[in-house]
Design a binder for this molecule. Structure first.
Ligand code: ATR
Length: 270
């Protein structure tokens, strides 16, 4: 029988996950079915239960259900525990629900594909919401010289930094406390959605620095346009999307797809 997977979201019609996973499955010769399911806002556990009762064996979880997914899991990976969020659900043979988060691993892999060094680097992360919480552990594991989290609401950045302080040199503050230069600047705010740019100093980037926006689109984001004008090497978050999907696919199927052709096709389709 064909194994069933899905992505849960609300809304979910725009999701690129079905196309990505179908491409992975074709490439690796896996017989799977992958759909997008709009779960009701007030009953995510019910949607997961209904899916597994109908033969579903795993799922991706996107906005706004990552925390709901975290709460329903019987077993959590250490990194999901840290992130307080789950983007990958696996139904175990024993009927237990296992949860992991692959966003941060996806980001770090994409940075590496683009030749961005994290070890020994000065790294700035903009934003202190759920998306940023999910990437801090994998970033710190790479051993940056320092990691600053800057946020519009400084107290949230400070609290986040305190939560991860056992993993490395991390501190938090407001945008006004940002003092460059940085080798890597990652935008994890949703400011680009509103066409906004966090207030940042002009001398933010070190020589040869990289700027990464976790958002993506057919056109460069406001942040990447700003960074490019200041000499940074720019990358958007489309590769992170494909890499986090590849990690989920690996958790389900124990196969590592070649992400490059999938990313290339997705880029063309934007
Ligand atoms: P996500 O799951 O995408 O992280 P979130 O948890 O709502 O969503 O967090 C959104 C992040 O974007 C927060 O860091 C938010 O800053 P605040 O904590 O001060 O709200 C940031 N953000 C949203 N709009 C912004 C804007 N126009 N300028 C700067 N930061 C913004």
């Amino acid at each position: 029988m064909t194994d069933r997977y899905c992505v849960f979201g609300h809304p979910v019609g725009h999701s690129k996950s079905p196309g990505i996973h179908v491409a992975f499955a074709t490439q690796t010769g896996q017989d799977i079915d992958y759909t997008a399911i709009e779960a009701p806002l007030d009953d995510f556990p019910g949607a997961w239960r209904a899916f597994t009762a109908a033969g579903g064996c795993g799922a991706n979880v996107t906005v706004p259900f990552k925390e709901d997914a975290f709460r329903l899991c019987d077993v959590l990976s250490p990194r999901a525990q840290r992130a307080g969020a789950v983007n990958t659900l696996v139904l175990g043979k024993d009927g237990q629900t296992w949860g992991d988060t692959t966003d941060g691993v996806g980001l770090v892999r994409d940075l590496k594909h683009h030749g961005v060094a994290l070890a020994g680097s000065r790294v700035l992360v903009l934003g202190a919401g759920g998306a940023v919480r999910g990437i801090l552990e994998p970033l710190l594991v790479e051993g940056p010289e320092q990691l600053m989290v800057a946020n519009r609401t400084p107290a949230k950045a400070e609290a986040l930094a305190a939560d991860f302080a056992d993993l490395g040199a991390i501190h938090g503050g407001g945008f006004e406390a940002v003092a460059g230069p940085f080798d890597v600047v990652i935008n994890g705010t949703s400011a680009s959605l509103a066409g906004d740019l966090p207030p940042l100093p002009d001398d933010l980037f070190a020589e040869g620095a990289s700027a990464y926006d976790m958002m993506y689109g057919a056109e460069p984001t406001v942040f990447l346009r700003w960074a490019s004008a200041r000499g940074a090497r720019c990358t958007d978050g489309l590769g992170m999307l494909v890499e986090q999907a590849a990690e989920s696919f690996f958790l389900w199927r124990n196969r590592r797809p070649d992400t490059a052709p999938v990313l290339e096709a997705l880029r063309k389709s934007l």
